[in-house]
Design a protein around this ligand. Sequence first.
Ligand code: FUL
Length: 705
Amino acid sequence: MNRIIIHVLALVAATAVLGQELKSPPPAPYGPIPTSRQLQWHEMEYYGFVHFTVNTFTDKEWGYGDESEKVFNPTDFDADQIARTAKAGGMKGLILTCKHHDGFCLWPSKYTEHSVKNSPWKNGRGDMVREMSEACRKQGLKFGVYLSPWDRNRADYGTPAYITYYRNQLRELLTQYGEVFTVWLDGANGGDGFYGGARETRKIDNRTYYDWTNTWSIVRELMPMACMFSDVGPDFRWVGNERGIAGETCWATINVGEAVAGNAKSINLNQGERPGANWLPPECDVSIRPGWFYHATEDNQVKTPAQLLDIYYQSVGRGAALNLNLPPDRRGRIHENDVRSLKEFRRLLDATFAKDLAKGAKLTASNVRGSGAKSFAAANVLDHDRNTYWATDDGVTTPELILEFKKPVRFNIISLREFLPLGQRVEAFAVDVWQSGGWQEFARGTSIGNLRLVRAKFVTTDKVRLRITQAPVCPAIAEFGLFAEPEMLEAPEITRDRKGLISISASSPANAIRYTLDGTEPGLKSPLFASPIDLPQGGVVKARQFSAQQSKGAVATRTFGVSKAGWKIVSKNNDRILRSNPVNAIDDNPNSVWRCRFDGDGQTSFKVIDINLGQTMSLTGFTYQPPADGQADGIVDKYEFYVSADGVNWGAPAAAGEFSNIKANPIQQFVALPKPVTCRFIRFVPVHLVAGDQVAVAELGVTIK
Ligand code: FUL
C-alpha cells in the first residue's frame, strides 16, 4: 500500500516538474554546438605533452631522420616519475610523441626497424608507449598519442605507400595501448630530410597528400571518443602560436572552409571567428622550457611559476585548453627544475581556486527563464556544476545578476562559464562592484565559452553585479565565481646594457633584491643588489625581491652569453643594409632588430654580418635570436657560421644547418660548435628565410669555454 502511495506521489511530483519544464523548455541552441567527445575534452582544460626522441640525445628540435637508433639510450627512464610529476602539477592527461618528425618510434612498431627495438634502451626490448600509457592510467591521467605525419626517415615519404605505413602505425597505437583521449596530428613540414638516404627536399601537397578524411575515420572507428588535433581540427584547433596564448577575445567557433593542417593562414586561429560555421575550440601548446625537447643548456630557462600562471590565465582562462610540455632529460626523467616550478605553479592555482568567495551570496537576477523555473535559476551559477545553468526568457539577452554578501569579500579574479551544449551565446559582459554608494566597473570582456577568467586589481566589496551586455540570444551561464590569488611579489626585471652592465629592478623601492650568479635560488643570505654587476664572460643571474616583512617573491632568471661591450660590426656591405642600425644585433636588447636585404638562396658567400669581438676568444657556440613580434618575415631558418683570426681569412664554415621549428617557435637558437675554436671575428650568413626578403636579427651572441 505504502509503495503505491509513494509511486503516486512520485508521479505527481514528476508531472509537476514536467509541466513547469513544458511551459519553459530550455533555450534553443545557438550556432554550432560541441559534440559529446568535444564536451569531454573541454572538461579536461589542462594536460601535458611529453616530447622525447633521438633529439633529446642529439640536442636538436627536429631530427633529420638519419639518426642511428643507437643514440636513443635513456639511462634511467622512469614513466612513473613523469606521470607523477604531471599529476602533481594538476594535469589531467599526457600526450606522448610516439613518433616525431625524425621518424623514430618509441614503440616496437612491426612496420619499421627505426624504433626502440634497435636501440640500446632495455637491449631493444622496451616499449615506451606501453610504459607511459600504463603509468598514466596508474595516476588517473588520460593518455594521448602524437604521431607525426611528416617523417624524415622514410624512403617512401611522399608516395601513397607512406600513407599506408602511417595508417598501420596509427592502428597499432589505437589497438595496443588501451584508451586514448587524443590523437595529435602535427602540421609541420620543413621539406628536406634523410628519406632513406635520398637526402633531398620533398614537397607534398598538404591539401591532398595525407587524405585526412580516411585517416580520421580510422580514429573514429577504433577510438570513437578520442579528439583529434591539427591546425584545423577536426575536434580542436591550434591557437596559432607556441607561446600558449589565446586571443583576448577567443571564440570556440571558426570557419574552416578550405583550410587544412599546415595551411591555415586564411583563418584566425588565435581568436576564432564569429559567426563561425564550426565548433573547433583552441588548444594552447607551449613548452615549460624554450624548446620542445630537453637541452641541458636550457636548465636555467624553465618557466617560472609566475610565468606559468600568466599562461594559464591566457589559455584556460580564455576558453582554450592548455597543453604544457614536460620534456624528459637524457635520463628519461623530468628535470628537478621543471618539477619544482610545476609544483609551485599548482600550489598557486590551488591556493587561488580552492575557495570560491561567491558561495553563499544572496542572488537577485533581473530575469529567470519560465517565470523563475528552478532548472534555470540563478543559484545554478554557484553550484560548481557545469551542467546546470542560469537562463533567461528568449528575448531577454542582456540580463543582470546581483550578488550580495553579509560580510565584504576581497578578490581579484572573476570566473565565468557558459553551458556549452547550447553553443557560445554571450558576446560581451561586464562585472561591477559596489564602492562608496555606487557601482563601479571592475572588469569587462567579450567571449566566455568554456571558461573566462579575468584577473584584475584586488577589490573589497559587499555587492557584485554581473551584466551580460551583448548576446544575440538569451544567455545560459553555468558558473560565476570570485577568487583571490595569494599575494606574491613579482619577479624583478634583469637587463644588461650595451656596456655589459647588469641591472635588476624592483617593483617597489621598499623591496630588497637578492641575487645569485651560481644558478642557485636566491635566499635571505644571498648578496643584495646595490649597483650594476659586470659579467664579462656571461653566466646565469637569478634574482628575487624580498618585502620589508622578508616575504620572498618569484625568481627571475636570465642567462647571458659573453658581454658584447667591446664588439663592433665590421661588415663592408653597407649598401645592402637597410635603414635600421646594425648595432641592434649586438646591443643585448632583443626588442631592437637589425633588418637588412637578403639576396636569397645560393648567395652563401654574401657576407651579411661580420663582427669583431674585440679580443681573441675560444668559442664553444653561438646564438641567433629572431624578432619576437610574431611575424615570420626575416626569420632565418638555414645558416652558416664562420670564424676568423684576422677578419680577412675565413675558411670553411665552423657550423652550418637549420634552425628547426623556428617559424612556429621563434625563440633564441643556440648552436654548439663541434669543438671550441679560437677567433676574434665571427660571420653569420643567413642562407634561407622563413619568409620575406629582409633578414631580421634581434640578437647575435657567443658562448665561450
Ligand atoms: C610543432 C613541431 O614541429 C614541434 O617540433 C613540436 O612537436 C610542436 C608541438 O609542434 O609543429
